[in-house]
Design a protein around this ligand. Structure first.
Ligand code: PAF
Length: 272
């Protein structure tokens, strides 16, 4: 792959890259289609990265569907699927670097999944090293992830331009995620209700202050044993810090993690 990429670069081709952990869905496919507008050659990787799972049980339960993933990608105009082994990524054994990216790494997911982002940033930086993309593409469902990857790429001074694209949803509003396939059908209906409340939060934003809006969202979403909110926070899009007052020249976003039917789901909504 290294030689192929070198030859492509030599020929002046722009290389695009979509890293995934497989269990592909229409959200990934949409990312692939968006990506194609920015590059000449597109590589998709499938690698379930052990170092980003803070809970080993979660890693065991993570859906692994390589044959159907490859089949889906064969129908897309993507040029290569890169499926590295653990030792391709971690030739010296599994490790994760500690990334100094300031407080935005330690809040939200960082608070509830200690070490998760160090694992994500380590694998993404290693994948960038191997694939040497000009562009890399991520979904905004994992808003904090794409934010930190942009920050990491900037800090590393590497040439990769990191672009993000909006969350793709099922027709009932549920944000597409590889984890959704672990939801029972009753839980799918419950989980789809999350986005309805997020949409109402966007409406309520006109009447409420940021803290009140957060409280309103928590009160309306949290249904112990049915929807268990781990966090629901209103933060600034520029640095993921909490919001005291709405600022005119600032973006605001509500981010949440919630458990439904034993499955941990993430979602968010832009509030401006
Ligand atoms: O979002 C994901 O699927 C993963 O966190 C990523 C970016 C592929 C790194 O393993």
């Amino acid at each position: 792959m290294g030689q192929w990429i070198q030859a492509l670069k030599h020929a002046g081709k722009r290389i695009g890259f979509v890293p995934t952990m497989g269990a592909l869905h229409e959200g990934h496919i949409s990312l692939v289609h968006n990506a194609l507008e920015h590059c000449d050659v597109l590589i998709v990787s499938i690698f379930v990265n052990p170092t980003q799972f803070n809970d080993p049980k979660d890693l065991l339960k993570y859906p692994k569907t390589l044959p159907s993933d490859v089949e889906m990608l064969l129908k897309c105009p993507c040029n290569a699927v890169f499926v590295p082994t653990i030792s391709d990524i971690y030739p010296e054994g599994q490790f994760k670097d500690e990334w100094e990216l300031g407080p935005s790494k330690d809040v939200l997911e960082g608070e509830f999944r200690p070490g998760h982002f160090d694992g994500v940033l380590t694998v993404v930086s290693r994948l960038f090293e191997l694939v040497k993309p000009d562009y890399a593409f991520f979904g905004e469902k994992d808003f904090q992830q794409q934010y930190l990857i942009k920050k990491m790429a900037e800090k590393e001074g590497n040439q990769v331009k990191v672009l993000s694209f909006p969350t793709i949803r099922e027709s009932n509003g549920l944000a597409m995620s590889s984890r959704n396939r672990r939801l029972q059908s009753d839980d799918v209906i419950v989980a789809a209700g999350i986005y309805k409340i997020l949409l109402q939060m966007k409406v309520q934003r006109k009447n409420l202050g940021p803290q009140e809006l957060e409280e309103w969202g928590n009160k309306n979403l949290n249904r112990p044993g049915i929807i268990d909110i781990e966090y629901l926070k209103v933060v600034k899009t520029s640095d993921l810090s909490s919001v005291e007052i709405w600022e005119e020249n600032e973006g605001h976003i509500a981010l949440l993690a919630a458990w439904v039917g034993g499955v941990r789901l993430l979602d968010n909504i832009f509030l401006d």
